[in-house]
Design a protein around this ligand. Sequence first.
Ligand code: NAD
Length: 297
Amino acid sequence: MAVIGFIGLGNMGGPMAANLVKAGHSVCGFDPVPAAIDAARAAGVVIGASPSDVAREAEIVVTMLPSGKHVLGVYDGPEGIVAAVKPGTLLIDSSTIDVDSARKAHALAAARGAASVDAPVSGGVGGAAAGTLTFMVGGEAEAFERARPVLEAMGKKIVLCGAAGAGQAAKICNNMILGISMIGVCEAFVLAEKLGLSHQSLYDVASTASGQCWSLTSYCPVPGPVPTSPANRDYQPGFAAALMLKDLKLAQEASQSAGAPTPLGAAATQLYAMMAAAGDGGVDFSGIIHMLRGDTA
Ligand code: NAD
């Protein structure tokens, strides 16, 4: 069992750290928000005084922070965790961040002689609590093998995607497909309504025909056909539109820096930005059907 530092004990990091404690690891965590600290302490996490305090004694440090700016802020500088860790420490960043910042974080770790992986997740708060997250990992094979048992305490599918930054690349490419496909499915349901075709009839055909996709068959944006989808609980998330917008913006940044044309990704980003600007950023992303239909969520 390892001594693990955990920085960022929010909606995702809190339950992830709790699962590491349950697996028998010794976990020392930090977060500036008192409520996050209290919940983590109740789950058995020892609370440190600062990120560097947490990192100093750790064999492995996990970060679960809002953005690349936060991750580099915690990693870098004289008060940062990279300066504090012992050489040979493994740094695991599970935040969803831009690929360029992820690569900078790897470079900072390497300069200190620390191993590192980027390991963003899918599965949401429910998956974090249940320990069923999917981890998409970028980094050296050796660092991946060291990270694997720790990630297995928090998730059920662990995939090595390639070199530094490849985990973030996989995450944003996947979520760009998801954001675009959800809009496509919503548009089809709205068109079906106008054409007098019932939701169930469209579902019965498309779910077994060439229109089949996860946004339709697992996360159907109208109530009825898939009882577990957020549409059946008034579009409570699930996966909030604001988080989808964040991931689509990361995909747009990456497509610009890599020179990859993503016109549908750009259009999807604009549509979720409109949804968020209308005050519906906290609504499940499948609730974009209301905006496309011309009503409000
Ligand atoms: P959150 O805002 O609930 O948690 C982030 C935590 O980081 C907060 O508690 C905040 O206080 C803390 N923090 C900020 N700056 C810090 C610092 N300098 N030192 C220590 N802690 C600091 O966000 P979340 O929902 O837990 O998401 C975390 C990451 O996971 C994000 O990158 C998000 O995109 C990604 N993610 C979230 C979900 C989801 O469904 N919530 C799903 C997949 C991925």
